[in-house]
Design a protein around this ligand. Structure first.
Ligand SMILES: [Mn+2]
Length: 356
């Protein structure tokens, strides 16, 4: 029997022979990813002689920051290694032979400008381009997955459990579990979701909760991912300073990764920064902030902390956990004044390094 899994594994080997590339938008959220692979699968079933390839418009390394996507793909038995990412292929060479189907957007992103647009399936505002596209299906529904699901159901082809799960899981996330109050759901979303739901084994509420929790759960991310998820770099005098903002307390982080200081050191050295800061915040039980400083200049570090404390930051030193006490250059503080975000800290640092 043909399945989306077998199809994905086979297209992976024929990427550069593609006739049709199906691409979601650059944010590569759940809707874009699921719609591109499911619509690509539909077209391949309808036109078996064509090579249809869905491509994700992000580097492969960025997928693991999207935990809702990782979760639903795993639930549906999709192997991440079978997917094709933008950074793994010669996009411009592919544009010479393949045409593009846009899903979840209706104007190509920066990396796919050279392609001829053959089709559009989308739920965003219609920018009026590509009148010749076929299909040209742009409707203001809650999720592009609704439109793909409707096409699948109308095709008479089999919609198996895994395929139904991908589509309906995405519709539920995008429409906030089909809730009227959230103002996202339309009659079409409800209709398609209600035809797909009987095909899956899972309870609707549980599925929605699991996907939504995954989306906002950082626990599955590695230290490296948490550090690069929201990272900025600054130049202060002759020094380079990197600052990560991490929405997690050190205590929670430590429970996940006892080697996290080593991870920070590696991250800082990869980025080639002299000073590395991690600004951690947590909302449970109340909003708190912590500041971790990695700087090999111990004297400078003491001066910096004094300076920050004099300027309202109010830093309370925290001891390093036992297994990290031998690591040099690290200081951990509780930041008593929680109003100082990275945006507000930056001018203070600029000021400090001017006279340092
Ligand atoms: Mn969408």
């Amino acid at each position: 029997m043909n399945t989306i899994h077998r199809w994905l594994a086979s297209v992976k080997k024929q990427v550069m022979d593609a006739d049709l590339v199906v691409i979601g938008n650059e944010a590569a959220d759940l809707d874009s990813i699921v719609s591109s692979i499911t619509y690509g699968y539909l077209r391949s079933l309808q036109e078996p002689k064509r090579v249809v390839v869905p491509i994700l418009d992000i580097p492969r390394a960025d997928l693991d920051l999207r935990l809702d996507v990782v979760y639903l793909l795993r639930e549906a038995g999709i192997k991440v290694e079978d997917l094709v990412f933008r950074d793994e292929i010669a996009v411009d060479a592919l544009a010479e032979r393949a045409r593009l189907v846009l899903v979840d957007h209706n104007r190509p992103g920066v990396h796919f400008q050279l392609f001829q647009v053959a089709g559009i399936i989308d739920h965003h505002h219609d920018e009026g381009e590509y009148p010749q596209a076929d299909p040209r299906l742009i409707e203001p529904v809650g999720s592009t997955a609704t439109l793909v699901g409707r096409e699948f159901l109308a095709s008479g082809l089999t919609v198996d459990q895994d395929l139904a799960l991908l589509l309906v899981g995405t519709i539920l996330l995008d429409t906030v579990n089909l809730e009227e109050r959230a103002g996202r759901v339309t009659g079409t979303d409800r209709e398609v979701a209600n035809r797909l739901l009987p095909l899956i084994q899972q309870d609707r509420q549980q599925l929605f909760t699991a996907i939504r929790q995954a989306k906002f759960n950082l626990l599955g991310l590695s230290t490296h991912d948490l550090l690069r998820r929201d990272y900025k770099e600054y130049g202060f005098a002759h020094l380079r300073c990197g600052i990560s903002s991490v929405p997690m307390s050190m205590q929670t982080w430590w429970a996940m990764d006892t080697n996290l200081l080593k991870g920070m050191e590696e991250f800082a050295s990869q980025r080639g920064v002299d000073i590395f800061l991690s600004m951690n915040n947590s909302s449970i039980p109340v909003f708190t902030r912590e500041l971790i400083i990695l700087w090999s200049d111990v004297e400078g570090e003491v001066k910096l902390c004094n300076w920050l404390s004099r300027n309202e930051l109010v830093l309370l030193p925290l001891g390093l956990p036992e297994n990290a006490q031998h690591r040099s250059g690290f200081r951990m503080y509780q930041q008593q004044n929680v109003k100082f975000s990275r945006k507000k800290l930056q001018p203070l640092l600029t000021e400090f390094f001017k006279q340092y």
